[in-house]
Design a protein around this ligand. Structure first.
Ligand code: HCB
Length: 216
């Protein structure tokens, strides 16, 4: 089977809400020598994008998305430890990662967090639905360290909270003590510029590249 066919199998397992099939396709892709990150980015994530488009077009409903997300998470259980085993760089800084308040979409957040951890960042993962006050508390706890905030928002509503995070950091006199990279499907370069963050990224590999650049 070609790499393209393995990626299609992964994609289709997500699109067809086939949890067992997704686990099976993941194991087979690894056995065939496909890199864990490629399996995610070129297979599974493509499937999630299709699911999102189908939901938007009212071709599928929330329960379908939930099963696709379960399939994605089942595959990530297998792939994440392999990404974590890939440590090459050390001591680049501390990444405080989180999903904005009101938002529980964690697939992209987990992916970005894992990839940053695999590339030398010390990770403090605050999880999902994180209030701005919690982010501030964590920065204060870690003052003196080289910190990058890595926030995700998947909804236009939660994305607005990113502006409040930066406002609060400014009010608390903490803005200059952290770098800020924000992402998630609705986040654009224009938004990053408007709210005064330091960068954004399209996907997890790009997030590593941007984070390393910002932290230099
Ligand atoms: Co959800 N949902 N959902 N959802 N959902 C979206 C996000 C919509 C866009 C779907 C749509 O309408 N087209 C939509 C938001 C609309 C909007 O605001 N514009 C939506 C909605 C409305 C909702 C609910 C409100 C539905 C409801 O209840 N009526 C509800 C919200 C619950 C809440 O958060 N309070 C809801 C629930 C769900 C679940 C639970 C069924 C499930 C989440 C499961 C989970 O995460 N554990 C879900 C899912 C899966 C999606 C879609 C289909 C996929 C999201 C996803 O996982 N993508 C999504 C459609 C879409 O996004 N097009 C849909 C795959 C990952 C790999 O991509 O973009 O998250 P990513 O991350 C990338 C990238 O952005 C970047 O790298 C990542 C890795 O490549 N990145 C960063 C991410 N974070 C970064 C941070 C950085 O600093 C840098 C880069």
């Amino acid at each position: 089977m070609s790499n393209k066919e393995f990626f299609e199998k992964l994609r289709d397992a997500i699109v067809n809400q086939d949890i067992d099939g997704c686990v099976d396709a993941t194991k087979k892709a690894l056995e065939a020598g496909i890199a864990p990150y490629d399996a995610i980015n070129d297979g599974l994530a493509v499937g999630m994008k299709i699911i999102g488009d189908k939901f938007e077009a009212a071709e599928i409903y929330l329960p379908h998305i939930m099963i696709s997300a379960k399939a994605m998470n089942a595959a990530m259980e297998i792939l994440s430890p392999l990404l974590e085993a890939d440590k090459t760089i050390e001591g680049v800084g501390t990444a405080i990662t989180y999903v904005q308040e009101g938002d529980i979409h964690d697939i992209g957040h987990r992916l970005v967090t894992t990839m940053l951890g695999a590339n030398g960042f010390q990770i403090i993962d605050l999880g999902v639905d994180v209030p701005n006050e919690t982010i501030i508390e964590e920065i204060v706890k870690n003052k003196g360290k080289k910190i990058i905030l890595v926030g995700s928002a998947l909804m236009t509503t939660s994305m607005l909270g990113q502006r409040d995070t930066i406002k609060l950091l400014e009010e608390e006199g903490l803005r200059d003590s952290v770098k800020i990279m924000l992402g998630g499907a609705p986040v654009s370069d224009a938004w990053i510029k408007e709210i005064g963050a330091d960068g954004t990224a399209e996907n997890a590999a790009d997030a590593v590249r941007v984070a390393l650049k910002i932290m230099k």
